[in-house]
Design a protein around this ligand. Structure first.
Ligand SMILES: NC(=O)c1ccc[n+]([C@@H]2O[C@H](COP(=O)([O-])OP(=O)(O)OC[C@H]3O[C@@H](n4cnc5c(N)ncnc54)[C@H](O)[C@@H]3O)[C@@H](O)[C@H]2O)c1
Ligand SMILES: [Zn+2]
Ligand SMILES: [Zn+2]
Length: 331
């Protein structure tokens, strides 16, 4: 099969022929129909993820059709249309049994722990726990986003941040994660302030429900909840200064170099620092219902569809910025 192969961190990957994944017991192999280009793929390519072993195939935000079903996987057949949380949870540990698959210690992530979806085929472990059946009406490009960024933001806004109607929510960084968060928080009844340095991203944020847009949040004060949807020390500092006493900050963006927090302010103002990681498969039906009902429209986030051959350059270009909206790859 053809796949995007990283042989050295930070060096342009190449598209080449590699062996197709084999179907192990408990797993399925999917034909990748669509896969999103997420900044986490860029972090992996840059060498920020210690789980990656070179040579490596990135890609974790995906949708596809079942191409092969491993022993012991019941209820799934070749041809089924599916997506999967990028956090493929084991389903049997204490965290999984408590419903917290997003922090499963045995999790395997395609495109990080093993070869991912920037390829014609990808394996999905613990298939019974992680496969999510797609509604017939949903196209694969839209569904891919549910594998990572749209679902991650759904959990960050609704389950971790617990955004309430009438609250003011600030989303810092309006790429795939941030625009999803804008749409989901606005649909939850929040007054959303979207922050990005790219005017084109802010234009989309307005279309998806932002009441206000800013290129810089350093003057903001008194807001209820902030989301770092980029992963930036500078934006974290702006977010924490913007919060009212007892406000919540939700960290979604990765911070490979860490961050310095004003812990005195966290204590004195009783601010809450909340991490948010993906979303478990069992939480998908609520999100899919809101999509089916028209309350959420993840299809609108897609601005660009590219081929596997265009992917290495698109991945490398993330070093210099992000095109507005979500990029989907069709292998
Ligand atoms: N926690 C999780 O489970 C999870 C899941 C998915 C992605 N992520 C992480 O979330 C982050 C966002 O991912 P993405 O794919 O949406 O990224 P992206 O590259 O699509 O978006 C980043 C946005 O930030 C904007 N930006 C850059 N500098 C800025 C600044 N100084 N001020 C304001 N805006 C600025 C860019 O213009 C862009 O619109 C990444 O760190 C990614 O790794 C985390
Ligand atoms: Zn991602
Ligand atoms: Zn587990």
């Amino acid at each position: 099969m053809r796949a995007v192969v990283v042989t050295e961190y930070g060096v342009l990957p190449v598209v080449q022929e590699v062996a197709e994944p084999e179907v192990a017991p408990g797993s399925v192999v999917l034909k990748v129909e669509a896969t999103g280009l997420c900044r986490s793929d860029w972090h992996g390519w840059m060498g920020h993820d210690s789980d990656i072993v070179l040579p490596h195939v990135p890609g974790h935000e995906l949708a596809g059709t079942v191409a092969a079903v491993g022993a012991g996987v019941d209820g799934w057949q070749v041809g089924d249309r599916v997506t999967t949380p990028f956090i493929c949870a084991c389903g049997t540990c204490e965290q999984c049994l408590a419903g917290n698959q997003q922090v499963c210690p045995n999790q395997l992530q395609p495109g990080f722990n093993y070869w991912g979806s920037f390829a014609e085929y990808v394996a999905i472990p613990f298939a019974q726990v992680n496969l999510v059946r797609l509604p017939d009406a949903m196209d694969f490009g839209t569904a891919a986003g549910l594998g990572c960024r749209f679902a991650t933001s759904f959990r960050a806004v609704r389950q971790v941040g617990q955004v309430q109607p009438g609250e003011t929510a600030v989303v810092l960084g309006c790429g795939g994660v941030g625009l999803s968060a804008v749409m989901i928080a606005a649909a939850a009844g929040a007054r959303v302030i979207a922050v990005d340095t790219n005017p084109a991203a802010l234009e989309l944020a307005r279309q998806y429900g932002a009441a206000e847009t800013l290129t810089d949040a350093s003057e903001l004060r008194g807001v209820d909840i902030t989301f770092d949807a980029l992963g930036s020390n500078e934006l974290v500092q702006q977010a924490l200064r913007a919060l009212r006493p007892r406000g919540r900050h939700v960290q979604i963006g990765l911070l490979p170099d860490g961050v310095q927090l004003d812990v005195g302010r966290l204590i004195g103002q009783e601010l809450q620092w909340l991490g948010s990681h993906g979303m478990p498969a069992h939480a998908y039906p609520e999100m899919l219902e809101l999509v089916a009902a028209g309350n959420l429209n993840p299809a609108a986030l897609i601005t660009r569809t590219i081929s596997l051959d265009e992917t290495p350059a698109a991945l490398a270009a993330l070093s210099h910025g992000t095109p507005a909206g979500v990029t989907v790859i069709t292998p």
